[in-house]
Design a protein around this ligand. Structure first.
Ligand SMILES: Nc1ncnc2c1ncn2[C@@H]1O[C@H](COP(=O)(O)OP(=O)(O)OP(=O)(O)O)[C@@H](O)[C@H]1O
Length: 259
């Protein structure tokens, strides 16, 4: 029997002031999986993850967490249900130390600081430094570590690579794999850096102009650079897409305009 996904979206439309900027999304993330949500600037990635994370209400369609409908549930209540969102700006406090961030994030059922440092030993040397003095890579490591303190069932990371050199991002990617494997977390990674994201992801979905245009196993997407390029640019037509990479086994909706 197929496992129930931790996260599933069905027919999800989301946007601002009642106007959708993403439409008819369907996507699943299972426990222990790292899923990449890819797309160019303005494709709708942040809108999607903010809707999953309870910062925006869906316009229509379903957001399900472990099978239960949670669309429109506020972020603080979703956090209690095991959803952790690392936003694009990381939302750290520059004047507090790493240790203070971890202390604030500690919860009864979560990881201890020691458990977290076993998972992310790179944070040990930062414990007593103020966050404003950490490098961008160290800050992102802390933002992810703070989110993992709660042992989330679903970890969402928006633009992990934002402002970081690729060599730094390569050091952060294994953290996602460790979260998935050691904590059995479902990980949804939003990225513009396609090749970095596909290094760590099990599967990926590509958003273009607010619609999912491609999904598939990361290994096969890595091999077909031209297919990926076209999906990014909204240039796909149905004949480009191998059956195995169609969204949910059906040809995805191909954007007909560039709006
Ligand atoms: N607060 C907002 N109010 C109105 N429109 C918005 C708002 N935030 C984003 N948008 C619009 O929604 C569309 C999708 O933006 P979104 O930020 O979700 O894309 P993205 O794929 O995350 O891109 P980026 O990587 O640039 O953040 C864009 O056209 C953007 O201008």
């Amino acid at each position: 029997m197929a496992k129930q996904p931790v996260l599933s979206l069905a027919g999800l439309s989301a946007g601002y002031f009642g106007t959708p900027v993403v439409r008819d999304l369907a996507l699943t993330v299972q426990r222990g999986e790292v899923i990449a949500l890819l797309g160019a600037n303005g494709a709708g990635k942040t809108t999607t993850v903010n809707t999953i994370g309870g910062l925006l209400k869906p316009i229509s369609g379903e957001v399900r967490l472990n099978g239960a409908s949670v669309g429109g549930t506020p972020a603080h209540l979703l956090a209690r249900k095991g959803v952790a969102l690392v936003p694009e700006n990381r939302a750290l406090f520059p004047g507090l130390t790493t240790r203070e961030h971890l202390r604030l994030a500690k919860s009864a059922d979560g990881l201890s600081q020691q458990d977290l440092l076993e998972l992310l030993p790179e944070l040990t040397k930062c414990l007593d430094r103020r966050v404003g003095l950490l490098s961008g890579g160290e800050q992102q490591m802390l933002a992810m570590g703070r989110a993992l303190m709660a042992r989330p069932t679903l970890l969402i990371i928006d633009e992990m690579s934002m402002g970081l050199a690729p060599v730094i991002v390569e050091r952060l990617l294994p953290v996602l794999r460790r979260a998935a494997e050691d904590l059995d977390t479902a990980v949804l990674l939003v990225e513009q850096h396609v090749s970095l994201a596909l290094q760590v992801a099990d599967r990926a979905y590509v958003l273009s102009h607010g619609r999912l245009v491609l999904s598939g196993h990361a290994a096969s997407l890595r091999e077909d650079r031209e297919l990926l390029r076209k999906s990014y640019m909204g240039e796909l037509d149905a004949s480009d897409i191998p059956h195995s990479e169609q969204v949910n086994g059906h040809p995805p909706d191909i954007p007909t305009d560039q709006n």
